[in-house]
Design a protein around this ligand. Structure first.
Ligand code: ADP
Length: 194
């Protein structure tokens, strides 16, 4: 098994690059943002609770997302590996993920961090807001999401860096160029299937 965390601020291109990685390496994509939005659209109790945080650009409580991740991992027992997108977002989530994977006798092998200058992030997210229909892609909520990222999520990079698992990749070139840089790192662990 090979498990990858795709790390980076909102708007850094994690979703887009995850799609490319999934196709090339046949990994299972787990995006907490997508899972949460699915709960919201199905009006589940979890979704209703999560929406309060998401609409304010705040992180959903750790217990909620950790539980969600745990059941998703269990649903796909024969995965070649997982790509975690938008998770872990706090140090507590990172520690919980390590425990979950340890229980499955596996681990996080690599963390790829997409690096994009902040003005470009804001421009991208506002642009996306015009077409995405996402209620959190407004200027006010975007600013809050980036603040949450610096405060709570940035420390996750240090957590993985201490284990020597973190690699920085420039994320402000073309989608293809960024993917090529990511692939260079993944190829050290896993052969492409396509
Ligand atoms: P982005 O990376 O562009 O902010 P996401 O789809 O990853 O978009 O996340 C959207 C929102 O969902 C976040 O602002 C947060 O409220 C919630 N969320 C997603 N993943 C997590 C997580 N791992 N922990 C807590 N909240 C999360």
């Amino acid at each position: 098994m090979f498990n990858l965390v795709l790390f980076g601020p909102p708007g850094s291109g994690k979703g887009t690059q995850s799609e490319n990685i999934v196709k090339t390496y046949n990994l299972q994509h787990i995006s907490t943002g997508d899972l949460l939005r699915e709960e919201v659209s199905r009006h589940t109790p979890l979704g209703t609770e999560a929406k309060k945080y998401m609409d304010q650009g705040m992180l959903v409580p750790d217990e909620v997302v950790i539980g969600m991740i745990s059941s998703r991992i269990d649903e796909i027992p024969d995965a070649r590996g997982f790509i975690f997108d938008g998770f872990p977002r706090t140090r507590h989530q990172a520690e919980a993920l390590d425990k979950l994977l340890e229980f499955k006798q596996t681990k996080i092998h690599l963390v790829l961090a997409l690096d994009v200058p902040e003005p470009q992030l804001i421009k991208r997210l506002i642009g996306r807001g015009e077409t995405s229909g996402r209620s959190d892609d407004t200027e006010e909520v975007i600013t809050k999401r980036i603040k949450e990222y610096h405060l709570k999520t940035q420390p996750v990079a240090d957590y993985y860096s201490a284990y020597g698992k973190l690699e920085q990749v420039t994320g402000d070139h073309t989608v293809a160029e960024t993917f090529a840089s990511l692939a260079k790192h993944i190829n050290k662990y896993l052969l492409p299937v396509t």
